[in-house]
Design a protein around this ligand. Structure first.
Ligand SMILES: [Zn+2]
Length: 203
């Protein structure tokens, strides 16, 4: 199978590559902090210091503790929709993949972009990047991507990693009227996880 990141279509400038490199570094730090935040939350869900995790779980998944049927007081039943545990597991996967050397493609126009055929075209419109191949960090970035803030760029890298390493498809994007939908919709939604990690992994 051909590798779009080495085919020479839409080569990035040195400046663009440096920006993508920084986005991966920022994303890596976010993952580590998000993991710590989730571990702390699971130890003491009601602690005031874990409030930001509670808020982010609701905002990005419509998930609350109340969704968990408690077999006995204080005990939380772990189900497939237990988002804190699922997010922690996925974060661990991404932490193991974020150091895989990245590939970056920076098409200058729509014509070049067409040749690259992204799997998730909605991303180009909504988050200004797209994954091109599973099991890689080879992503396409639009000119607009480079005009965004560093935090957004790091979040986008995480979003694309959920496509390429966890094979998720988009259900909704932050800012959409239907975002995040019910827990069942959000449970495999890349933007829900990427935004959660951004919010609870903020310095
Ligand atoms: Zn996507």
């Amino acid at each position: 199978m051909s590798d779009p990141c080495t085919e020479g279509i839409g080569n990035c400038t040195k400046t663009q590559r440096d920006i993508v490199k920084r986005a991966f570094q920022d994303a890596s730090a976010m993952l580590a902090r998000a993991q710590d935040a989730l571990i702390a939350y699971e130890k003491k869900p009601a602690a005031p210091s874990n409030r930001k995790v509670v808020t982010a779980l609701k905002k990005h998944f419509n998930w609350t503790e109340a969704l968990m049927a408690s077999p006995s007081p204080g005990e939380v039943r772990v189900t497939p929709d237990y988002i804190p545990g699922k997010a922690r597991e996925y974060i661990r996967t991404l932490m193991g993949k974020i150091s895989v050397p990245f590939g970056a493609i920076c098409p200058a126009n729509d014509q070049q972009r067409e040749q690259l055929n992204p799997q998730h075209k909605g991303d180009i419109v909504k988050i200004l990047a797209a994954a091109l191949q599973d099991n890689t960090n080879c992503f396409m970035y639009t000119p607009d991507y480079f005009r965004q803030k560093p935090e957004f760029r790091a979040k986008v890298v995480l979003h694309e990693m959920f496509h390429s390493w966890k094979y998720m498809s988009d259900d909704s994007y932050e800012g959409d009227a239907k975002y995040p939908g019910k827990v069942g919709n959000a449970t495999e939604n890349p933007d829900s996880y990427a935004c959660l990690i951004r919010d609870i992994g903020r310095r």
